[in-house]
Design a protein. Sequence first.
Lengths: 390, 382
Amino acid sequence: MIFLRACLAAVRLNLVSLRQRIWPALVVVVGVACVVATLLSMLSMTIGLRHTWQRAGSPDRAIILHATAQEEGDGTTVSRAEAQIIKDAPGIAHDAKGRAIVDPEITTGLVVRRRDTGGRGNIQLRSFGPEALALRPEFRIVAGRMYQAGKHEMVVGAEAPGQFIGVGLGDKITMPDGLWPVVGVFKSNDDLVQSQLVADSDTVMPVLRQTAYTSVTVRLEAANALAMLKRALTTNPALAVKVERQSDYYNRRSAEFSDLSDALVYGVGVLLGLGALLAAVNILYSAVMARRCEIATMRALGFGAAPVALAVAIEGLLLSLAGAVIGASLAYGLFNGVQDVSGNVAFHLIISPAMIALGLAWALSIGLIGGALPAIHAARLPVADGLRAS
Amino acid sequence: VKYLPLIWAALARRKLRTILTILSVTAAFTLFGVMMGTDAAFQQLVDVINRSVVVTFPRFANNLTDTMGQQLAAMPNVGAVSPGGSVNGYYRDPKLQAGLMMVGGEAGWPNLPLSHAQWAEWRARPDGAFLSRQTAAQWGVKKGDIFNIIDNTTLRADGGKAWRFQVLDVLDDTPYWPGGFSFGSYQYFRMSRPVADQPKAGWFQAVVKNPAAAEETAIAIDARFANSPVPTDSISERTMRSTSGTFFVNVAVVTRRVAAVGLFMILLLTAHGMAQSVRERLGEFAVLKTIGYSDGGVIALVFAEALAPVILGAGAGLGLAALLAARIPKLLPSLFLPEPYLSPAVIAQALFAVVVLAFLSVILPALRLRRLDVAAILAGRT
């Protein structure tokens, strides 16, 4: 009890004297704020982009690609005949009219102008078959209307007009046979499809002179129907396809860039953190040196070494906590929800509570490690020397 | 020179503080070196590109035809035109993606590092391939080896999927292709395809006579074919490269921002350190002034004192960055990050940052020293 009170008193003395050491304290606070803000702003990019990819995948859908395909749209195709066989495979859900919920699609790039640089950009055009809406319940028109099958028209994802010029509602898109009007705007669970154009498969394919699909996506009858579907399709000698749960597919694809960019982000975070840590040690150490006399007086009055050391450590923690709060609020205010573009996928920067917690943890470890050495030094100051030091 | 012992004495007096300052400056400049080096490496990718090449792709997913090559060559400002194609698939294992660029000849490919003798060999051996060291190591092949690429997307006249090549030579890597390169002959590519596909080219490389007008020529080409059965999408190779660096995120913006944050932190630290150091030693400076040191001399002394740890830390940091640089592409292979390049420009920027840091951090202490009331301090009245 006495120990606790001694600690509290020592901490209070420290904090009161902080007012005279406001500039050095601010250096620690601003330094930690810089680290946390940088870490969070870089994380917001990789995590925001990863979410946009992962939201496109659903565990109750499966994507079927050519057996050697690495990704959708890499040049490999699934033929019309193969798509027809897939429709009869077991494990696939059926709609109210008894039709298999199977959607063969093509994706292709169209040349448009980027809004940020005004230069050449590439927007993805995805084609939907008649079962696409049963397959994708998240797809909904928010302005204008849906395209009519057979008509030369398309709809655009809500994120696309922000990144490309001339792809908004009412604009016309250059296709090989002329200009196709954009008649509607859709949202799709804020995933990457929401950065694309969508048109009717049977209308688009002859115009683009495409005879085969780039992917076939199906709704699974049940979450565990994947194995059955996979066995049926991969053992059929008439097919050369591979089957993957759609959520796994998008997780795998996003991991290709995000695992490594995470490594980069944390690398930068560690290096910057190290700089701030050394700065904190430096400044807390100077603070201890400056308060030599005060500390010695406290010791002479009967304060133990532990409360004195603890007070220094707590000061380090509090300063870095303040820095973390400032840095995290800065990052949140500046970046949360801001639209960014990676390749042809628009995404929103995310600063989630978990990320803020990570920032706090990062800052507190800087404060803890940074405060430890000076705290030990404070505890070991010879009292007699300190009293003479004024 | 006469100041050196004074500077040394000042730094050595607070050994721990000096060491900590140097270490934190080291961390900041390691970051600076890696970040600005990455930035410079991306810039270098753009700079090594020949300004005179314009690339023409089909605008939609249909193939260009050979006759378009002749029409291209007849356009103003266009010199040699050469078709290109690609064989893309895998070698040995479906997971080992492999591909070759099938090039139409030396006229359209001024960036390929081949001698005249090697071009002659390339012409004589249609199924020959040239690989960079990096690519040859990835695939595990050496000079003289025969290898098959399995390509599922390009039809062959014989109905097969295997494209057979023989390695004519393994060449040094060039900064032009940081990820390695591999190429074969377009003639082989063309003759192996079904008759109906033979006139279809993947893209054209046009060498323009006036590189300054490359962008305008690209626009003119697209206008020329806008209403043809095969609309084109042309771009100067330089522009194409300079925008592909933004594939993941705008790398330049991120790297520069991070480098700036690191420097800002160090500025705060050194500024605080100098202010404190000067405050503690006002008496000394008063003595220096009394024995005849000028204002400028004293301020120069403080400046040098600020500069020394920053220079040491910056040197160590850039050294560390150079060590790290060689490992970064191996640590992060699929990020397509080039090896950070500590170009003379980056070193110059670092030096500039060092001087600015030292300068900014002594402004306030210097003002204080100029207004120093020598008599009051020596009398102990402060």
